[in-house]
Design a protein around this ligand. Structure first.
Ligand code: SF4
Length: 287
């Protein structure tokens, strides 16, 4: 397969067959994200993508999981998505799920009937970056989405049987905005009730440019912020993970059963005194 770099996928898609149906991100304005900063958005031609599907079907006919890239595949017109999914179903008889990155407004550009139809065609998990439930902060970081819309998008998708994997970003509000970011994020998540929730941490890398007055939270503050989010979550059935390389400590569990255990682990970490209070702590070399 010929991929155009950079190519990103969620950690859970490590075993999936990946096709790029577009290159880059159609929005590309978020201050905290450098993923596609140096690439121009381009939707690929249908025939070109179809040729990739056919070629891969010859080499990997047993494929069950497919991830369609790049940055916001749900922005494609319904008819094009439908055609891609129909082809994938034809070419890969053992296909069980097709997963994509999605934004709130691109999900809401489809009707509920269309979302249900895409689900019938094995569209399965939508990875959506809520980042924060704080509407003011979403504007400050140029997300181009409102929390209210993203809540609607997740609720409607899940009503159609799609699974939403929602990401939030620790440290996004900086030192001053940390408390509000944590509380409003928990409130938005409670309204969404996502099936999957991931906490990542904002880390400054080339290509990111935060709003004026932004001060990076320390490792200690990031963990306290995560504690505040967890404490305020009232999730009925969600798998939670904070095991991305950007996190100070890897953790995971299921809500509601593991909430008390996760809080206890965070309390232990905070009380133990080993967290960096002046900087971000030890970060992996690639961040
Ligand atoms: S966070 Fe998502 S929508 Fe924003 S620039 Fe990055 S890939 Fe695009």
């Amino acid at each position: 397969m010929n991929y155009r770099e950079p190519l990103f996928r969620p950690p859970a898609e490590a075993e999936s067959l990946i096709f790029q149906v577009a290159y880059g991100c159609p929005h590309n304005t978020c201050r905290f994200c450098a993923m596609y900063k140096y690439s121009r958005y381009e939707e690929r031609e249908y025939d070109e993508v179809l040729a990739d599907f056919k070629k891969a079907a010859k080499s990997y006919p047993e494929t069950q999981r497919i991830f369609l890239a790049d940055g916001d595949v749900m922005i494609l017109p319904f008819e094009k998505l439908q055609k891609y999914l129909m082809k994938l179903n034809d070419l890969f008889p053992r296909l069980t799920r097709v997963n994509v990155y999605a934004n709130g407004s691109s999900i809401l550009s489809k009707t509920k009937e269309q979302l249900c139809e895409l689900r019938q065609l094995k569209l399965h998990t939508l990875y959506l970056g809520l980042e924060t439930g704080d509407e003011e902060l979403l504007k400050l970081v140029n997300k181009g989405e409102t929390a209210e819309k993203m809540i609607d998008a997740v609720r409607i998708s899940q009503e159609c049987g799609l699974r939403c994997s929602v990401m939030v970003l620790l440290g996004l509000g900086g030192k001053k905005g940390s408390g509000k970011h944590a509380l409003e994020t928990a409130m938005a998540l409670n309204k969404m009730q996502p099936k999957l929730l991931s906490a990542l941490r904002y880390v400054e890398v080339p290509g990111t440019k935060m709003f004026s007055g932004y001060e990076t939270v320390s490792e200690y503050e990031a963990v306290c912020e995560l504690r505040k989010i967890i404490e305020n979550l009232e999730l009925e059935r969600t798998v939670f993970r904070a095991n991305h390389a950007s996190n100070p400590v890897p953790m995971e569990g299921r809500f509601p059963n593991d909430k008390a255990r996760i809080l206890a682990e965070l309390d232990y970490l905070i009380a133990r005194g080993g967290l960096d209070r002046n900087g971000p702590g030890q970060l992996p070399f690639f961040l």
